[in-house]
Design a protein around this ligand. Structure first.
Ligand SMILES: CC(=O)N[C@H]1[C@@H](OP(=O)(O)OP(=O)(O)OC[C@H]2O[C@@H](n3ccc(=O)[nH]c3=O)[C@H](O)[C@@H]2O)O[C@H](CO)[C@H](O)[C@@H]1O
Ligand SMILES: [Mn+2]
Length: 370
């Protein structure tokens, strides 16, 4: 800061700026009868425009801002668009099929949008590899009654249909898990957990619990695992096109925001801290996935970061999500899911959201959180 002030004072151009202002003032003084009304008129116009702006924002609220946000470009793919790390589920991707959005990252990982992949090719490839795909979900406290049944029923309709799937439901009340009729080749396992007293701790404790589980029978049974929030439900096909070594979800509210505005943890004391020039995208902790080995690393990193913060008496802004974002900055995901894979209807209609696969449930924190 001190350097900025100093350099600002000694900046040679600044003197020129002052001289110009003085000159303008002198010109104004020379013609008092013309200058004053013109300045008043300008002020009147500015006030009117401001009033219209405020009225517009008041009447149409965030919609205007969100509409304008759609005009912010997402960036362009590097010239060499061959996806990184030989993505073996989607085969060749048709990056050009969605010219209005970003379909790959600067490190050449694909961003999966509707229309750039062939779902049948991905399904066949997953079946050929005889994969078992895990889906972990936590339903602790009132989240169980409120969300779990709809989440699981919709997963039966849309999540990895035709594949071997194991649901792992982590809960403090195993006896209250609803009965769901499961399709062929699909299993549900209930994993008991202790209930943390603060909802923030329930959310963050997932990292440690998942780390342990991935090192145990779950990690032996599943090849790839998706870790999801329970307060959402499937509405479209969420298939093997989403599989990769390390998968991150673009956050529906932030995918067009400039990097410096993203809600990363900025407190340097936190293990999750990212500086102003750091971070690629803002990822949503409600969906992440990957191979068992990659997820062991991710969960270890986040659990350790959370523990360090706790020891220092601090908590990251968005809890586990802040630590997840730090991890994905340090270790780049090999595949990104577009916001179509986890969409919030509250945002309103967006031309680029063709087929939402998961929808957020309305937030009813007063009902489910302590
Ligand atoms: C977009 C966003 O803001 N995301 C963050 C926000 O999500 P959310 O506001 O979506 O958090 P949330 O209430 O869904 O909690 C995360 C998940 O933890 C589980 N759960 C949580 C509490 C509880 O009492 N019982 C229970 O089962 C459940 O699976 C839930 O879906 O806040 C969370 C907690 O800070 C995480 O930081 C999320 O990343
Ligand atoms: Mn959630």
């Amino acid at each position: 800061m001190a350097l900025g002030v100093e350099s600002g004072l000694s900046w040679p151009g600044s003197h020129g700026g002052y001289r110009k202002q003085e000159g303008q003032r002198q010109r104004g003084q020379g013609k008092p009868t013309w200058g004053l009304p013109r300045a008043k008129k300008r002020l009147l116009w500015q006030l009117l425009l401001c009033a219209f702006g405020v009225l517009g924002l008041y009447l149409y609220g965030l919609h205007i801002v969100r509409y304008l946000e759609g005009l912010v470009p997402m960036g362009i793919c590097p010239t060499d668009t061959r996806p990184l790390l030989g993505d073996n589920f989607t085969g060749g991707l048709r990056h050009w099929a969605r010219p209005e959005v970003l379909t790959c990252t600067s490190w050449r990982a694909p961003i999966i949008w509707d229309g750039i992949f062939d779902p049948h090719e991905a399904e066949q490839e997953a079946r050929r590899q005889n994969l078992t795909i895990g889906l972990t979900v936590f339903a602790v406290g009132r989240y169980l009654e409120k969300y779990l049944e709809h989440f699981l029923e919709s997963a039966e309709q849309h999540f990895m249909v035709g594949q071997s799937v194991v649901y792992y439901v982590f809960t403090d009340r195993p006896e209250a898990v609803p009965y769901i009729a499961l399709g062929q080749g699909r299993l549900l396992r209930v994993e008991p957990v202790l209930r943390e007293s603060r909802w923030q701790d329930v959310s963050m404790a997932r990292m440690h619990t998942l780390h342990e589980a991935l090192g145990g029978p779950l990690g032996q049974e599943a090849d790839y695992v998706f870790c999801l929030d329970v307060d959402q439900h499937f509405t479209g096909n969420f298939g093997p096109e989403a599989l990769s070594d390390l998968v991150a979800q673009l956050h529906a509210w932030h995918y067009r925001w400039p990097r410096w505005l993203l809600p990363y943890e900025r407190d340097k004391r936190s293990a999750a801290a990212l500086g102003l020039g750091e971070g690629d995208f803002y990822y949503h902790a409600a969906v992440f996935g990957g191979s068992v080995a990659a997820l062991r690393k991710l969960t270890a990193h986040c659990a350790l970061g959370q523990q360090r913060d706790r020891e220092r008496g601090i908590e990251a802004l968005w809890h586990d999500e802040s630590h997840l974002n730090k991890f994905f900055w340090l270790y780049k995901p090999t595949k990104l899911l577009s916001p179509e894979f986890c969409w919030d209807q509250k945002i309103g209609w967006k031309p680029e959201i063709h087929c939402p696969r998961l929808l957020w449930e309305p937030k009813e924190y007063a009902l489910v959180r302590n």
